[in-house]
Design a protein around this ligand. Structure first.
Ligand code: MTE
Length: 301
């Protein structure tokens, strides 16, 4: 197995980002096959500049948005232990030739996690740099063979107020739902993450499987997914349903389109005091801007 469960890790083992880099350098130098298998690296896909420091593990796992466990930033860390992540299935259905209900163990076996260091920027103007473990969403979608009708992909989180007490409150329409255009979903930067920092995904970060779309605001990166549905129509999304003026379907990081409550021009990297400029498409423009050629991005925000 490539990664261990977060609960199996003693706090003394938790990797600080500096140690993590040292270990990565060591692995690169030794090129030992067994060690390399512990922390797989796909250098061609790592888009973070080397001078960008990773956000410490503690911040990544204790400052979260996961409203199913409360609306405070540290609520998920305290409450997400209530989520049972085994057994777990993900249904992939809709406009596909081969619909299938995947067991999470089959997904972990079939689609080995590789490391992707991505920036994640929240619409609330904070950001992190996270070493995710995951695999391209495209691999899973190809397996079910989308039909010619498939134009969009909808994602749905578990709905179970017993495990997710935040669902007893009506802050959002439950279950949490998100969506992508099919070409965005098939883009090689779009991953399903099953871990971070070389370990299994902690519950508060969306265990056992969540989406990561690094050029979009964080709310597109839906957690604890149980259903993926291919559709011919733009699917409803939770935040758009509740506040359409603030949260569009596209949600591409865009410093030029302001949100009514937060400027998108600058962001605060967690752990840093000084704000920094927010980049178009969160710095991934060279890889994704083509997807939106000719679109008015202030209208399709
Ligand atoms: N997924 C679910 N199911 N519920 C949520 O409340 N919050 C979103 C997104 N995915 C959310 C979710 C928001 S607003 C953000 S910014 C990211 O998760 C935060 O991911 P992180 O906690 O791993 O940083």
């Amino acid at each position: 197995m490539l990664i261990r469960r977060a609960q199996d890790i003693r706090s003394s083992e938790i990797t600080e980002e500096s140690l993590y880099w040292d270990r990565r350098k060591f692995i690169g130098a030794s090129a030992g096959a067994a060690l390399a298998a512990l922390i797989p690296v796909a250098p061609s896909l790592m888009r973070t500049r080397q001078d960008e420091k990773l956000t410490p593990y503690d911040s990544v796992t204790s400052y979260n948005n996961f409203y199913e466990f409360g609306v405070g930033k540290d609520d998920p860390k305290h409450n997400a232990h209530m989520l049972r992540t085994r057994p777990w299935t993900v249904a992939v259905e809709g406009a596909v030739h081969k619909p299938k209900v995947f067991d999470i163990e089959e997904i972990l076996r079939k689609y080995p996690a590789e490391e992707r260091i991505y920036r994640l920027r929240c619409v609330e103007a904070w950001s992190m740099v996270i070493p995710w473990m995951g695999f391209p969403l495209a691999s899973l979608l190809k397996e079910v063979e989308p039909t010619s009708k498939a134009k969009y992909v909808q994602f749905v989180t578990l709905h179970d107020p017993e495990q997710m007490p935040g669902q007893l409150r009506t802050v959002l329409p439950w279950p949490y739902m998100e969506g992508l255009r099919l070409d965005e979903a098939m883009h090689p930067l779009t991953i399903l993450a099953t871990g971070l920092y070389g370990k299994m995904l902690p519950n508060q970060n969306g265990a056992p499987i969540r989406l990561v779309v690094p050029w979009k605001y964080g709310f597109k990166s839906i957690k604890s997914i149980v259903r993926i549905r291919l559709t011919d129509q733009e699917p409803p999304t939770s935040w758009n349903q509740v506040l359409a003026r603030e949260y569009g379907f596209y949600a591409n990081v865009n410093p030029d389109v302001s949100h009514p409550r937060w400027s998108q021009k600058k962001e605060r990297r967690l752990g840093k005091i000084r704000k920094q400029d927010t980049l178009p498409f969160n710095g991934y423009a060279d890889q994704v801007a083509d997807l939106y050629a000719g679109m008015d991005l202030s209208r399709y925000y």
